[in-house]
Design a protein around this ligand. Structure first.
Ligand code: FNR
Length: 396
C-alpha cells in the first residue's frame, strides 16, 4: 500500500514561511538584530495589528481577465509598486550581501535602495545592473556626506533617500542584551574610517550595549533641520525622498522643501517606540501633501494585501524590509527572488479578487478599519473616525 498522507510543502507559499526558513539558519543574535524593535516593541507590534485591521471593499464584474501591477515610483519603472527598503550590513545574512539582493531586485523589476551602511561598495552594487536609489544617513562630517552623494551619483543611483528618523539609534533591547557587534569581515565599506575600514566601534562588543548603536551615535548628525534638507535639495539633481515621516506637518514641510516623495515609516518599529503604525499615519500624510509629492510607506508590509491596503489609502508604493532579509538568509539571491515573486503573485491575486485591473483601480478601492481598530492618525486629523469608510481618491 502506498502512503497517501499529504507531504509537508517544501516551497514557501507566503513570506511567513520564508521567515521560518531564515530562523532555521540564522544565529540567535543576528535574527534578533533583524527582527527586533526598540523599547517594549509596541510600535513593532502596532504595524501588523494596524494592517490586519484594514478591510478593503472588493469591486465585482470589473473585467479582470488581465491584471497589471506595473507602474513607476519616482520615475523609476517598476513591475509592481514595491521597492526594497534600505537595510544595513546585508553580508551579515549571506556572503553575497547587497549584491544578491540587488540582483534579485533586478530580476523582479523593482528598485533596490542602497543603505549608507551597506557592506558592499556602491560600484559593485551598481555593476549588478539593478535600478538603485541611495539612502543617506547624514554624517557629523559634512565632507563625508558630500563624498557619499558623489559616490552614489557616480554609481548611477536614481534617487536620494534621506532617513530623518535616526537622530540617535532607538534602544534595541535585544541587541543590548546580546552585546551585539558586527563581525570584522562585515564593515560599512562606503564610509571613510580614519585608519582603515575595520574595526570600528560597530565591531567592539561592550557589556549591556549594542556596538552598532554606539557607532551610529558617534557617526550620525543628530542636529539636522529642514535647512539641511534645503541644502541637500540644492546639492543633488536627483529626486529627493524624506524617509521616516509620520506627522502630516512634516510631510507638508518636506513637499515645501522640494522633496519628490516622503516615506511614511516608523523604521519598522526600530526607532521611536510609541510612534503609530505607518498605515495608520498614512491617510493624514496623503491629505497634507495633496498630490505635491509622492507618498510611499514602509513598516510591516508582509504580503500582497498589505500593498493593496497601502495603495487604497493613497500610497503610490511601499518599501519592503525584513522579508527581503529572510529570503537573503534562507537562500541568497534565489531566496530574495522567491520573496519578491511571492509578493508579486499575492498582489496580482489580491488585485484580481478585489476587481482591480491596474494600479489606478487599486487606488480607488474603499478601505475601512475594522470598528475599534487603527484609530491613531486618522482620529486626530478628522479625516476619518474609527469605523468610517475612506473612499480612495479615484473611486469609480
Ligand atoms: C533597517 N532599516 C534601515 N533604514 C534606513 O534608512 N537605513 C538603514 O541602513 C536601515 N537598516 C536596517 C537594517 C535592518 C536589519 C532592518 C530590519 C531595517 C529600516 C528599513 O529601511 C525599513 O524602514 C523597515 O525595515 C521597514 O519595516 P519592515 O518591512 O522591516 O517591517
Amino acid at each position: 500500500m502506498t502512503a497517501l498522507a499529504p507531504q509537508p510543502a517544501e516551497a514557501p507559499v507566503c513570506l511567513a514561511d520564508v521567515r521560518r526558513a531564515a530562523e532555521a539558519v540564522l544565529p540567535r543574535h543576528v535574527l534578533d538584530f533583524v527582527e527586533g524593535g526598540s523599547g517594549a516593541e509596541t510600535t513593532l507590534a502596532a504595524n501588523r495589528a494596524a494592517f490586519d485591521a484594514v478591510t478593503l471593499l472588493p469591486r465585482v464584474l470589473a473585467g479582470v481577465s488581465t491584471v497589471d501591477s506595473a507602474g513607476a515610483l519616482l520615475g523609476t519603472s517598476t513591475a509592481m509598486p514595491v521597492a526594497i527598503a534600505p537595510m544595513a550590513y546585508q553580508r551579515l545574512l549571506h556572503p553575497d550581501g547587497e549584491l544578491a539582493t540587488a540582483r534579485a531586485a533586478k530580476r523582479a523589476g523593482i528598485p533596490f535602495v542602497i543603505s549608507t551602511l551597506s557592506s558592499c561598495t556602491f560600484a559593485d552594487i551598481a555593476a549588478t545592473g539593478a535600478s538603485t536609489w541611495f539612502q543617506l544617513y547624514w554624517l557629523r562630517d559634512r565632507a563625508g556626506v558630500i563624498e557619499l552623494l558623489g559616490a552614489a551619483d557616480e554609481a548611477g543611483c536614481l534617487a536620494v533617500v534621506l532617513t530623518a528618523d535616526v537622530p540617535v539609534m532607538g534602544r534595541r533591547r535585544r541587541d543590548m542584551r546580546n552585546q551585539f557587534a558586527l563581525p570584522p569581515d562585515v564593515p560599512a565599506v562606503n564610509l571613510r574610517h580614519p585608519g582603515g575600514q575595520a574595526p570600528t566601534e560597530a565591531h567592539r562588543a561592550a557589556s549591556g550595549a549594542s556596538a552598532v548603536a554606539t557607532h551610529t551615535n558617534l557617526a550620525f548628525e543628530p542636529g539636522l533641520t529642514w535647512r539641511d534638507v534645503e541644502w541637500l535639495r540644492r546639492r543633488t539633481h536627483l529626486p529627493l525622498v524624506i524617509k521616516g515621516v509620520l506627522d502630516p506637518r512634516d510631510a507638508r514641510h518636506a513637499a515645501d522643501c522640494g522633496a519628490n516623495a516622503v516615506v511614511v515609516s516608523n523604521h519598522g518599529g526600530r526607532q521611536f517606540d510609541g510612534a503609530p503604525a505607518s498605515i495608520a499615519a498614512l491617510p493624514a500624510v496623503v491629505d497634507a501633501v495633496s498630490g505635491d509629492c509622492e507618498v510611499l510607506l514602509d513598516s510591516g508590509v508582509r504580503g500582497g494585501t498589505d500593498v493593496l491596503r497601502s495603495l487604497a489609502f493613497g500610497a503610490s508604493g511601499v518599501l519592503v524590509g525584513r522579508p527581503v532579509l529572510w529570503g537573503l538568509a534562507a537562500g541568497g539571491e534565489q531566496g530574495v527572488a522567491q520573496v519578491l515573486s511571492l509578493l508579486q503573485a499575492e498582489l496580482l491575486e489580491a488585485m484580481t479578487l478585489a476587481g482591480c485591473r491596474d494600479l489606478a483601480a487599486a487606488a480607488g478601492l474603499t478601505a475601512a478599519p475594522r470598528a475599534g481598530q487603527m484609530s491613531t492618525g486618522q482620529m486626530s486629523t478628522g479625516q476619518m473616525s474609527t469605523g468610517q469608510m475612506s473612499t480612495g481618491r479615484s473611486a469609480s
